[in-house]
Design a binder for this molecule. Structure first.
Ligand code: ISE
Length: 340
């Protein structure tokens, strides 16, 4: 067991700030040593009240700071690749927010760099695998509790999108989670993706076609469909219904108290992903820290990052052509076997 992790968090935006709070208040065995952001004032604000943490404007400075021995990457995806290589060179444990990199070619290079290192250092931030209901459905599928899994129906609804959220990001930023969830549930690779664009909402910004219907097939022929609807207004919903030979299982409904009073019934709609997956993020980061201190990783691998990037590439092509597009995957290196 190594010392406590002294983590450099790269990127202090929405997700980075959330992880900084988590690491400095709820996670055992790790501390925030440095926070990096191109906007230094944002990094400074993020370390307020954290003893011993420094605010820096460059990832290089953080990685070369003798007090740092681990990295959490929470920058926009297009900046991940360069930081990943530098962190691998240092042989630091890495938790990299999704996507690993924005395209399959660069993700494959990262897989090759880690393979050359000879051991896994990169855990990719697909937090849903750590959600209690996802984990329970995953076990039911693996244990064939209700017979064979036949189909999956996913609903992924966001209240709105941040400025600059492009049509491709419906796939690359949002459906990427469903690709990983389907691979996690089935323990199979995805073989094809098709995207259908139907009637669109007037609430989508220019350039975005919303909602979209994504049709997915896995190696054994499990069919999955995803409704991706990112300007759904009402709130946040990420839910799955699984059809088995001997039953139907639903996960991801709104939680919280169900109230009946004064002639009405109801509860609260989940507002965003921090509320929906807050507990899962805690479990994910704790699993990363515990595994890193043993010299291992505690969740999805760089291979998972690469495989989902390949699915996204097929998805974006399918968005444009309307055709069913095959997912192209290189051979999985020994380092990532037998896990999916
Ligand atoms: C965002 O980046 C996330 O990761 C959320 O979980 C997802 O629901 C949202 O669509 C993405 O933009």
């Amino acid at each position: 067991m190594t010392d406590i992790l002294r983590v450099a968090v790269i990127g202090a935006g929405r997700m980075g700030a959330d992880h900084i709070k988590r690491l400095s208040t709820r996670i055992h065995g790790a501390e925030v040593a440095a926070v990096v952001d191109v906007d230094l004032s944002r990094a400074q604000a993020a370390i307020a009240g954290i003893d011993g943490a420094v605010a820096l404007a460059s990832a290089d400075e953080a990685l070369n700071n003798g007090d740092v021995n681990a990295v959490l990457i929470a920058t926009p995806g297009f900046l991940h690749e360069e930081i990943l290589y530098k962190a691998l060179e240092k042989d630091f444990p890495i938790l990299c927010e999704k996507p690993l990199t924005p395209d399959a070619e660069s993700a494959w290079k990262v897989v090759q760099a880690e393979t050359a290192l000879g051991h896994k250092r990169i855990q990719v931030g697909f937090m849903r695998r750590f959600d209690a209901e996802y984990a329970a459905l995953g076990s039911m599928i693996r244990d064939r509790e209700l017979g064979e899994l036949l189909m999956l129906h996913h609903q992924h609804r966001n209240p709105d999108t941040p400025a600059g959220f492009t049509n491709e990001m419906l796939i690359n930023d949002s459906v990427v989670h469903e690709f990983d969830a389907i691979r996690f549930f089935t323990s199979e690779e995805i073989t094809s993706v098709q995207v259908r664009l139907g009637k669109a909402t007037r609430n989508a910004p220019n350039g975005q076609h919303d909602p979209q219907h994504v049709l997915i097939e896995t190696e054994s022929g499990v069919l999955a469909d995803v409704e991706i609807y990112v300007n759904a207004k009402f709130g946040y919903e990420v839910a799955t219904q699984a059809s088995f030979e001997d039953g139907i299982v639903s996960i991801g409904g709104d939680g919280g108290p169900y109230v009946r009073s004064a002639g009405r019934w109801g509860g609260k709609v989940t507002p965003g992903f921090e509320e929906r997956f807050g507990a899962a993020y805690d479990v994910e980061v704790q699993a990363w820290v515990d595994a890193a201190r043993r010299g291992e990783i505690g969740g999805p691998t760089a291979w998972d990052g690469y495989a989902t990037a390949a699915c996204c590439e097929a998805g974006v092509e399918a968005q444009k052509s309307g055709e069913k597009v095959a997912v192209q995957l290189n051979t999985k290196p020994e380092l990532y076997k037998p896990e999916l």
